[in-house]
Design a protein around this ligand. Structure first.
Ligand SMILES: [Zn+2]
Ligand SMILES: [Zn+2]
Length: 152
């Protein structure tokens, strides 16, 4: 079960966050930018209303824009990729749900999790789960806006 507040943070502890409510949705993004930022096959991002995400240690965040309107934030000390946001989506944030303490379920609704940008995945990656899979952005309207500048 997911109950709030829920805690998470980076490997070194310099940046911590508290969730006050559930994410809207979760995407496992296979686009090249996400792969190169994370160093992994896929970058798992949760979209959450900003009012549900409280960040401590924000002064320890490095910032990098992968497009003019999309900023990614990571711990300057341990390099954990934690947050991102799109300038045009003032009420939303991305965070990395795999960084929740103890690996707890973030509480996103059933059916709100998918793989996106599979057209850009590593040719040797095998994706073998039952989640919805999309070649580009999810048909979800929010994700379409956020991803417009990504993965192209
Ligand atoms: Zn850290
Ligand atoms: Zn991506």
């Amino acid at each position: 079960m997911s109950d709030y507040p829920m805690q998470g943070g980076c490997a070194c502890g310099a940046v911590r966050f508290t969730l006050l409510g559930p994410p809207v949705s979760i995407q496992h993004c296979h686009c090249e930018q996400c792969r190169k930022i994370s160093g992994e096959f896929t970058s798992t991002g949760a979209i959450i209303p900003r009012r549900f995400l409280v960040i401590e240690g924000a002064e320890n965040l490095g910032r990098y824009r992968t497009s003019p309107s999309f900023e990614r934030q990571f711990c300057r000390t341990c390099s954990c990729y934690l947050f991102a946001y799109e300038d045009s989506e003032a009420d939303l944030m991305y965070f990395a749900p795999a960084t929740i303490d103890g690996g707890r379920h973030p509480g996103h609704p059933p059916g709100s999790e998918s793989h996106i940008y599979l057209r850009s995945k590593c040719e040797w990656e095998q994706v073998a789960d039952d989640l919805p899979k999309y070649e580009a952005a999810s048909p979800d309207e929010i994700v379409t806006d956020l991803q417009r500048t990504e993965g192209i």
